[in-house]
Design a protein around this ligand. Structure first.
Ligand code: PLP
Length: 384
């Protein structure tokens, strides 16, 4: 009965609209054809629009991790000192990547569920008088916890330093939250197709500033497939250095058009509304939110239920409603569940998920809420 009605409310892969599904179902076209070049030209222009940049935005056949790795290794040399913001699974991963390439990593940490303190970045950068820090690597929206780090403040401190590049994992903030690359002065932005882009996994994106291209000239870390110089050259000629996933790019062509029609301001406002409705509903159900209101990710809401089992909630939502929520990662496994609201998500999806969540809570014998209170709280946000 509930076959083929899966509702993905995980933070990637995210739901895919029909226009993209239809593009994926088409015969692949040759990637050295003018037909494909024309598509690539439009895709590239729209990617720049999405990143709010005049600089290059390059596409890799890779998941988001490949995009971040490329964003690190193209601009640095062995032994370079880097600051890495670590307050969740993804921040930790970028520390591991940097270490794997022999960079001198200094982690700036916060407890999982807390945002990073911009003052610690300010302090470290200000103390670096002889400009040894070559990059600051930051995860904007830390998907593992649902925390949005204070990009504006941190990038401000990086600008004051002058030398260090700002390398940003915007995998679950781009296309959900305002990340104006040029206006903020971000040097590298990495993202992935299965998140805000509304298409399946398989493409990674790296945006590169003029300052980062300067660093590229002297960067000595090894690279071949992820050498962004190759992608830059090809992209300028509306082609790709290697065989790209042509169908994914045709699908991306369709979703970027959808995004342009909706408009950046509307996209950000929609994610803001979805986030607020979800959080108000969770509060009305008397379930603890894992991240505070002032650092809430626009893509994902983490809930840390104390009187019901997070995994049982997920299991009921999946079995009874075919709604997929995400669990906790690493030491948060079993402690939190996460509601994704990134990309092709509407008000209706949140109402469904909250309604289903209420059913699961009742089934588990949790009596800490008035039936209907969660849905009513979300409805109030959507009606206003
Ligand atoms: C999904 C995600 C990534 C990329 O993960 P992949 O599995 O490699 O696509 C990176 N950073 C964040 C914050 C993410 O949510």
């Amino acid at each position: 009965m509930m076959n083929d009605k899966l509702m993905l409310m995980i933070p990637g892969p995210t739901p895919v609209p029909e226009a993209a599904l239809l593009a994926l179902a088409k015969h692949p076209i040759g990637h050295r054809t003018s037909e494909f070049s024309n598509i690539l030209a439009e895709v590239t222009a729209n990617l720049k629009w999405l990143h709010q940049t005049e600089s290059d935005v390059l596409m890799l056949t890779a998941s988001g991790t490949g995009a971040v790795e490329a964003g690190i290794i193209n601009f640095l040399s062995p032994g370079d000192r880097v600051l890495v913001g670590c307050n969740g699974k993804f921040g930790d991963r970028w520390g591991e990547v940097a270490e794997a390439y022999g960079l001198q990593v200094e982690k700036i940490t916060a407890e999982w569920g807390q945002p990073l303190d911009p003052a610690v970045f300010a302090q470290k950068l200000a103390a670096d008088k002889d400009k040894q820090i070559k990059a600051v690597i930051l995860t904007h929206s830390e998907t593992s916890t649902g925390v949005l780090n204070d990009l504006e403040a941190i990038v401000g401190h990086v600008k004051e330093h002058g030398e260090a590049l700002m390398i940003l994992d915007a995998v679950t903030s781009l296309g959900a939250y305002n990340v104006p690359m040029d206006a903020l002065g971000i040097d590298v932005i990495a993202s992935g197709s299965q998140k805000g882009y509304m298409i399946p996994p398989g493409l990674g994106f790296v945006a590169v500033s003029a300052k980062a291209w300067e660093a590229y000239k002297t960067a000595k870390l090894p690279k071949y497939y992820l050498d962004l110089g190759k992608y830059r050259k090809s992209t300028a000629k509306n082609t790709t250095p290697f065989t790209p996933p042509v169908n994914l790019i045709v699908a991306l062509h369709a979703t970027l058009k959808m995004m342009r029609e909706e408009g950046l301001e509307s996209i950000f406002a929609r994610h803001q509304r979805l986030t607020q409705a979800t959080r108000e509903a969770v509060k009305a159900l008397n379930l603890p939110l894992f991240a505070a209101d002032n650092c809430a990710s626009p893509a994902i809401t983490s809930v840390a239920p104390d009187r019901v089992d997070a995994e049982q909630i997920r299991s009921i939502l999946k079995k009874k409603f075919d709604i997929a929520l995400a669990g906790g990662q690493d030491h948060l496994k079993g402690k939190i569940f996460r509601i994704g609201h990134l990309g092709f998500v509407s008000d209706r999806d949140i109402l469904s998920a909250i309604g289903a969540l209420e059913v699961a809570l009742r089934e588990l014998g949790y009596e800490g809420f008035t039936p209907g209170a969660g849905v009513a709280a979300a409805a109030r946000v959507f009606a206003s």
